[in-house]
Ligand binder design. Structure first.
Ligand SMILES: N[C@@H](CCC(=O)N[C@@H](CS)C(=O)NCC(=O)O)C(=O)O
Length: 245
């Protein structure tokens, strides 16, 4: 039995949902509402001590970290192969899973603050309640980021740096796709899956960052990704709370 602790709009959760869908695996959903800070409540930090989603429970054994989870799914359910056989291509795949975190998620998260996170919090909570949540955050690095954002938000300069980082990532993807058709070469892989949620979020935030005239190979890759049934399934997961972000 696979149980996924996840959130509808979380990039790292979308990554795992897409991997599960590619492999045609059945899983149970445990929705953890980030906009209500459910991720920092003891009921969930017992599952993921960092207070992040996603987490995967496979027959009672828990795993955290989205890139670890998708590699575990690949090892445990290899029938639909999502990791190249060639060692160099496998290393390339891991470069993209790594960049999905270091560049994609980090910058999408910063850019989502003013647009989605802060307005959602303001609708639901008073400033004092938001301060109080800070004391419940179990993970010092996350608490520091949350505290900084409560105090200062995300500045326009930080946002521009984040868009520049996306531009860098997408230039790198364009270059890689010259040896495609996929990011790691011949085979569609976990690397393509891992970066997909960040590309989607960038498109929602600022569609011009995906200008097809500037990066035609990436535009073609993006069309092929969005046509995949697994993409459609992973990104159409219904919000169980209908409560927005
Ligand atoms: N390195 C972690 C990062 C997980 C992460 O940052 N998850 C976000 C959602 S995409 C989260 O749960 N954030 C909770 C919060 O900001 O309080 C992974 O890849 O699983």
């Amino acid at each position: 039995m696979l149980t996924l602790y996840h959130y509808v709009n979380s990039l790292c959760s979308q990554k795992v949902r897409m991997c599960l869908a590619e492999k045609g695996l059945d899983w149970q959903s445990r929705h953890v509402h980030l906009g209500k800070f459910e991720q920092w409540q003891p009921a969930y930090t017992r599952i993921n001590p960092k207070g992040f989603v996603p987490a995967l429970d496979h027959d009672g054994r828990i795993l955290i970290e989205s890139n670890v989870i998708i590699e575990y799914l690949e090892d445990s359910f290899p029938d639909t192969r999502l990791r190249p056989k060639d060692a160099y291509a496998r290393a390339l795949m891991r470069r993209w899973t790594y960049d999905s975190e270091e560049i994609g998620h980090a910058n999408a998260n910063a850019l989502s603050h003013n647009r989605f996170h802060a307005p959602g919090w303001a609708q639901r909570f008073t400033p004092q309640q938001l301060q109080d949540f800070l004391t419940t955050c179990p993970y010092p690095m996350l608490a520091a980021r949350y505290g900084r954002r409560l105090a200062h938000g995300v500045s326009a300069a930080e946002e521009e740096t984040a868009y520049a980082a996306f531009g860098f990532l997408f230039d790198q993807m364009e270059a890689a796709l010259a040896n495609g058709p996929w990011l790691a070469g011949d085979d569609y892989s976990l690397g393509d899956i891992a970066v997909t949620p960040s590309v989607k979020r960038a498109e929602v935030l600022r569609p011009s960052v995906l200008d097809p005239a500037r990066r035609p190979l990436m535009a073609d890759w993006w069309r092929r990704i969005q046509a995949r049934p697994a993409y459609k399934l992973a990104f159409s997961f219904p919000d169980p709370d209908q409560a927005g972000r």
